[in-house]
Design a protein around this ligand. Sequence first.
Ligand SMILES: [Zn+2]
Length: 493
Amino acid sequence: MSSMATLFTVNSPELAPQLASRFKGHVVALTAVADLLARLYSDRLSGADNYERDLYLVVYCEPKRSAQDASPPASSTLDTLSAAELAHLLEKQFPCFNLSVVTPERAVPAIAELDNYRAKYTQRLTRVTTWMYAKRHDPCSVNMYSMISHLTQVRHSNTEKPRRSYARLISSSLDLRKLIQLPQGKSDDHYWKLLTTWDFCALSLSTCELIWCSYLILKKLAIDADYVISDNDLFLLLLTLETSYHQGNKFHNFRHAVDVMQATWQLCCKLQLHFPKDASVLLVCVAAIGHDLGHPGTNNALMCEENSPVAQLYQKASVLENFHTELFLDLLQDHWPQLLEDRRNVISDTILATDMALHSQYIDQMDEAPSQQPTFLSLIIKAADISNVTRPLEISAKWAVLITCEFNECAALVRELKEGSAEYDAYNTEYDQPLPESVDSILEKFPSIPKGQLIFINAFAEGLFAGLGDYFEELKFLHHNVQANKKFWEGKL
Ligand SMILES: [Zn+2]
């Protein structure tokens, strides 16, 4: 993946050549805001650039308003936005991107400031440290992603009256379906076949295909539950979810979110006899695709130990899960408010249930009344969240590689923070190697995986899946699968 600071000019006069040269030719001239949005989405979907690895600038020439027309136009369109509004829109729609917006008059100082901060973004570990530990009031006017600024922006939009949402504006201006490019000759039938088995492998799908699969599931569930959302609005919601996950995380990314949603949905299908005829399945599946929103690719312990501002806000309790919930409720308020009308607690309760620190509490509740809500839905999403170990061995082993890589990255971060071992420079995760294809080659490259898998299975997975299988005949297969995988790993010790 190429990654290099890009300068976008929108509706702007040509910039001085010496400014453009600071971006080494990465200058993209666009005539309208809609073109900018389409470009950002399609680069992200194709993998051309994820807009997280460098700092990017949009030079935007505001539309002229006549003197007597001082108030904003009554019917705003994408091309009547002020620079501040465009900055706000980009923050809401592309939360994880490092995009700053300036007017042409401000371009020179902004580019100088950008240069000062770019060094911070050259290494993955320095970037993750910034996400987690940056303080709220960074005096810098350059927009660099941090969890605290993301949360501050979300909290601010909840206090705005009237609340500003750009979702409608965007979905009425762009045909979003056109951005989702699927491989030729693949029909919906093909994707349904993948989605309706436990052999589903999110790792073999492109980002566009992941969005398409999510669209198919959610569209169907919305119709079943009699919840109305247009295709274009649903695509925009899914695109916004995708841009709210860090694409560079090895494990906790949009792919994991879609995998957990598919698993959640399949578990709901198998347990349909236990479901009331209401919107529960839709709600828990929606919760699943948002359950790790904005995940930094680390963990609660790292958030708390170094006293990150986000950990302080949540008093160190379920820090990440509270963070995901708060961001996701805000996103749904903009994109699908009907879901929050009377059962918003289903979404927050189930996301909070994914905190593994609470695992034993849920195991205890399972022994009491597993089929009663809210325990029932929480157990389903928990099972889906750790369902990697119940997938067929070839798929399970690939997920194990990814979580191992993420753990190794956390370990490097700890060594750097605690011991100052200067791993920032030595550690290079930018080099994205393709996943090994066979289990044998995985074992060869990652010899610690059998031990790691067994620790996880013994500590968490086996108890949960055995318990679920005892109570629900329909879920016995999960316990069988985890036992088969366990046996295999034991043979490799
Ligand atoms: Zn998860």
